[in-house]
Design a protein around this ligand. Sequence first.
Ligand SMILES: [Zn+2]
Ligand SMILES: [Zn+2]
Length: 279
Amino acid sequence: MELCEALELRGRILIADEGLNGTVSGQREMTETYMKVLNEDPRTEGIQFKVDPASGHAFPKLSIKRRDEVVTLDLGKDDFSPDETTGEYLTPAQWRDLMRDDNTVLVDARNQYEWELGHFEGALLPPVENFRELPGWVRENRNRLEGKKIMTYCTGGIRCEKFSGFLLREGFSDVCQLDGGIVSYGKEAGVEGEGFAGKCYVFDQRIAVEVNHTAGATVVSRCLHCGEASDRYVNCSWSRCNRQHFCCASCERDQFRFCSSVCEDASILSLAALGIGCD
Ligand SMILES: [Zn+2]
Ligand SMILES: [Zn+2]
């Protein structure tokens, strides 16, 4: 925070134990200093930067948040600690053996943009943009979960400690979770990521990591524009949107990497307002 303020940077930054992710704007010398400092810090060294020239700030203000707030379910006074209540832990081998059982239901505890890139075959995929929306989804979809063995999973197993505990507290009795999450599952010898389709979304510069080493690579995500299978993630060209979306190579050329015509129009308007691109 002090660094960004001293450099008069603005933007959005998320910090988690796994690293740092975000976009900032500022004067060229200031952003160069920012990149140099982060590259010299052992916690963030090797971080990859993408630089886009812009005139003026791309963001109205500076926002820096710790991402461990993703384990918040916004339960207010009903909040609890996973140390007290959490689902049974399954090893990757136990998970693989149980996941195809008729009376189980797999629930992806991640956000939509994560499971779009890859998920366990047959899993329920709640269309949530944020972890804290999961309780609402559960309450609206009780009938899909009732009477079943509920198996929850997430990237590294942290969110599920909370989510599986929430399910127990909601009255579901048979709840388990994938210990160590998808990341551990993909590394487990003898399991080889079996049953996972697509890739795992991760919060660092790799974005996508392979999980299933038993079959050839599968692609389950689709280009936002044409619907063809594609796991190319790009950011919307309009700096204020910057939305990460799937986009095949040919649509990236045709759409100039905008996620929508709204963003394309807005971008042209803001450039025109700055007197760029007008004759
Ligand atoms: Zn396309
Ligand atoms: Zn956009």
